[in-house]
Design a protein around this ligand. Structure first.
Ligand code: OSB
Ligand code: MG
Length: 371
């Protein structure tokens, strides 16, 4: 198979309400959407959920656009693709830029699943048709405001809440939530806002029986995370620290965490996700699927990955219309009252693009042709 045409769309979609985390405030969702046409007439879609600034990962919407345009796409148009792994091998010399690779990997996997006439989750040997949903909740002005949002999410049926924290908006907020929300499991996410000097705070948080603490310390700081994990009961979960299988191996060897959040884009796509989740399963580290406020395209790929065997904890799965002004797909991500989503049965990733919405939110577009 060769690729005959590629279209890139740079998107800006306003969020319904700002999403605030320790190091950033989101008001718009940025992303690069890729549409790949195979020489045998199949179309695959992918999303690169690039952020505006490099606070979470070193890539940005601008760097991603340039990398795709100048480095990835010219090579892709020259490539003969027999199997999905050819993509991984072709780009294995590139450092970083996993979000770019993830979009290409997604579109290629979409094409190969369609060629096999299988829904993507079955094509990758996913084991569950129903995905358990958790909600990620941003930092609020007051504990009362946080409770109001959290209560609403609990009532919608989510399986767990992930509460963003930062210094000064941590233990008091969690204490207040735990007092008023007594049955939904709660975890917290610090996005690297703390250091080992805060170890007493983390010891105190043990009393709340949190499901886990996500990325308390600096990105790449495997040693300090390991010291922290030895000193607290609550499982540490790594997010930003894990970019590749080598990072997962480091975390396992140093016992830096007990759980890992795999975001398929952050690790370079579905094929790398499969490899990582299997390695972690063999090492008794369960995983769950994180999100980057994706559109329906990226969200559907995440859900397909969440069907894999080691994704045994609820992931960040708020449906796109819960946070985006409008989605660019027509699929309704209808969550059941008990907090699950059913994966689609149609071949490939199973989305229907809303062309009008895609056009409306596109701020830049580029077309590449092989001939
Ligand atoms: O730390 O998990 C994070 C969004 C962008 C970047 C980092 C993170 C997040 C989220 C959003 O928490 C979760 C979601 O997509 O629902
Ligand atoms: Mg996180």
């Amino acid at each position: 198979m060769k690729i005959s045409r590629i279209e890139l769309f740079k998107l800006n979609i306003p969020l319904k309400v700002p999403f605030i985390v320790s190091k950033n405030k989101f008001t718009i969702k940025t992303a690069i959407i890729i549409k790949i046409y195979s020489s045998d007439g199949i179309i695959g879609w992918g999303e690169s959920p690039q952020l505006e600034t490099p606070w979470y990962i070193s890539e940005t919407i601008k760097s991603g656009w340039n990398m795709l345009k100048d480095i990835y796409i010219p090579r892709l148009l020259d490539l003969k693709i027999e199997k999905p792994k050819d993509i991984i091998d072709e780009f294995s010399w590139i450092q970083g830029n996993q979000l770019c690779l993830a979009a290409i990997d997604a579109a290629i996997m979409d094409i190969f699943a369609q060629r096999s006439n299988l829904p993507l989750w079955k094509y990758i040997n996913g084991e569950r048709e129903e995905i358990e949903a958790g909600a990620s909740i941003g930092i609020h002005e007051t504990p009362e405001a946080l409770l109001e949002t959290s209560f609403a999410k609990q009532e919608e049926g989510y399986k767990r809440l992930k509460i963003k924290i930062k210094p000064g908006k941590d233990i008091e907020y969690i204490k207040y939530l735990k007092k008023h929300l007594n049955y939904i499991p709660i975890m917290i996410d610090a996005n690297s806002a703390y250091t080992l000097n805060d170890i007493d705070l983390f010891k105190k948080l043990d009393q709340f029986n949190l499901m886990m603490i996500e990325q308390p310390l600096e990105n790449r700081d495997f040693v300090h995370h390991s010291i922290l994990q030895k000193n607290i009961e609550t499982p540490v979960c790594l997010d930003e620290s894990i970019h590749s299988i080598y990072d997962a191996e480091t975390a396992a060897a140093l016992k830096s965490c007990k759980i890992i959040n795999i975001k398929p884009p952050r690790v370079g796509g579905i094929q790398n996700t499969i490899k990582m989740q299997t390695y972690l399963e063999e090492n008794n580290i369960p995983v769950w699927c994180g999100g980057m406020l994706e559109t329906g395209i990226g969200r559907m790929f995440n859900m397909a990955c969440a069907s894999l065997s080691n994704f045994s904890l609820p992931g960040d799965m708020r449906p796109p219309l819960d946070f985006l002004e409008m989605d660019i797909v027509d699929n309704n991500f209808n969550m059941t009252k008990d907090g699950t989503f059913k994966l689609p049965d149609n071949p490939g990733i199973g989305i229907t693009i809303n062309k009008k919405a895609l056009e409306k939110y596109t701020v830049d577009k580029k077309i590449f042709s092989a001939y």
